[in-house]
Design a protein around this ligand. Structure first.
Ligand code: FNR
Length: 421
């Protein structure tokens, strides 16, 4: 209501309310490489498109005269109360969008009480972001390293920094065929971007030290960054003149050994369902598997005793020509049958989209690219404003559709597009 009132009295929002206008504005603000990295997906980007198109196949059926004067959009999840069924999806390499990166995002999320899922590929260590978020819950997203000690260290740090849940992303044991990045010859991690979680880790520091000690250079000097890395950093520093972290990094670039070590230990493509037992022994945190699309995988996850799922295809960044994530949701929800929370992401652009995902059985929804565009445009305020817009539209849509609480947002509230009722 406050957003509407300000609009009516002539104050324009900090960032556009229209999802396409928001992306368009961010595109003009961001460097070519940064925009390509955020907006880009795998292959011909058909899955990214399918994610968005899938929402057009469902329509909301508004109901009338159902006292919606006090809409209730809150819910309890893994012991925390959320003011809305919204979380911030884990997104890496945010220093490409804004120099305050994860800190701005954490503060924005905390100002609204919404949990943020901190990425393994963050630009700031999880401890700093957890501090910035105060009492607002945060979760940690794990890329499962092929080095047990490093994986264990990440899990221990997540617990020590007060994470409420551990999200294990399964769909990215290798990076997808990201055509925009390939054509720009750009892999952020190879430039030392998005590896703060690693460079702040004691186990990782040991691994780098071992690499340097046994290293290719006999003289013991730290290897210099590649000319391509320097060029990329210079162009980004120019783009964001106030960016301390980038200019500092220019003066004392990360040793190439750290980057190479990261590339060596980033993931474990050999993972199987059996390995989940090891993780269960490492932590008492709820374990949530991200990247589930097939009902049989959901069933296996339940057998493995996990505590939650995220139906997601990584925003179409991994497998091109894969199904739209929303198309996968009802089958997974039916198979899980209420035994654990089923979160959803990939393709959510608006509050109305959130409503549809909830109606199809999602417990809560993770928002991705839209808030990154807000970050690029206006830092912390931009992220907060995007989140407010989505939450406000959700609340309004619920009320106008005759839903007084989340319990009312069920499959009867939607219908396949174009079908008679
Ligand atoms: C991601 N995503 C992601 N997921 C994850 O588990 N760890 C990560 O580090 C990242 N990093 C990341 C960077 C960028 C630039 C994007 C766009 C996405 C995937 C993310 O959590 C989520 O699944 C998608 O963003 C959902 O798709 P949409 O709705 O943003 O298109």
């Amino acid at each position: 209501a406050a957003i509407y009132r300000e609009g009516v009295f002539g104050r324009r929002p900090v960032v556009p309310t229209s999802p396409s206008a928001l992306e368009h504005a961010a595109r003009r603000r961001m460097s070519r490489r940064a925009y390509a990295y955020v907006a880009g997906s795998a292959g011909q980007e058909r899955t990214a498109q399918a994610n968005v198109d899938a929402f057009e196949r469902w329509q909301i059926v508004p109901r009338m005269l159902r006292d919606v004067s006090t809409p209730d959009v809150g819910l309890d999840l893994f012991g925390d109360h959320l003011p809305a069924p919204l979380l911030l999806a884990p997104i890496g390499v945010l220093e490409m969008a804004h120099h305050e990166a994860d800190l701005a995002v954490g503060r924005a999320a905390a100002s609204l009480g919404l949990p943020a899922i901190l990425s393994s590929q963050a630009s700031r260590p999880m401890e700093q972001v957890a501090d910035a978020m105060g009492t607002t819950p945060h979760w940690f997203q794990l890329y499962w390293s092929n080095n047990d000690d490093l994986a264990q260290s990440f899990v221990q740090r997540a617990e020590a920094s007060g994470a409420s849940a551990l999200v294990v992303t399964l769909d990215t044991h290798s990076l997808g065929w990201r055509t925009r990045d390939l054509d720009l010859a750009f892999l952020p991690f190879a430039h030392g971007l998005g590896i703060a979680q690693y460079t702040s880790d004691p186990v990782f520091a040991d691994l780098v030290a071992q690499r340097v000690a046994s290293g290719s250079r006999a003289d013991g000097h730290q290897p210099r960054p590649t000319p391509a890395a320097v060029r990329a950093l210079v162009s980004m520093a120019r783009h964001y003149p106030g960016d301390d972290s980038l200019t500092t990094r220019l003066r004392s670039p990360l040793p190439r050994a750290a980057v190479e070590t990261f590339l060596d230990v980033f993931s474990r493509p050999s993972l199987t369902w059996r390995d989940l037992g090891w993780l269960r022994d490492q932590t008492t945190l709820p374990i949530v598997l991200k990247g589930i699309q097939h009902p049989d995988d959901a069933a296996q996850a339940l057998d493995a005793g996990v505590d939650g799922l995220v139906v997601s295809n990584h925003g179409g960044r991994q497998v091109d020509d894969a199904i739209g994530s929303l198309d996968a949701l009802p089958g997974v929800v039916d198979r899980v049958d209420g035994r654990v929370p089923v979160l959803f992401d990939s393709g959510v652009r608006s509050g109305a989209d959130v409503f549809v995902a909830l109606a199809l059985g999602a417990t809560a929804v993770c928002l991705g690219r839209p808030w990154v565009y807000g970050l690029a445009l206006a830092g912390e305020r931009g992220v907060r404003t995007v989140l407010q817009h989505v939450a406000a539209e959700l609340e309004l849509t619920m009320a106008l559709a005759g839903c007084a609480s989340l319990a009312d947002v069920d499959r009867r509230a939607v219908t396949p597009a174009g079908r008679d009722r």
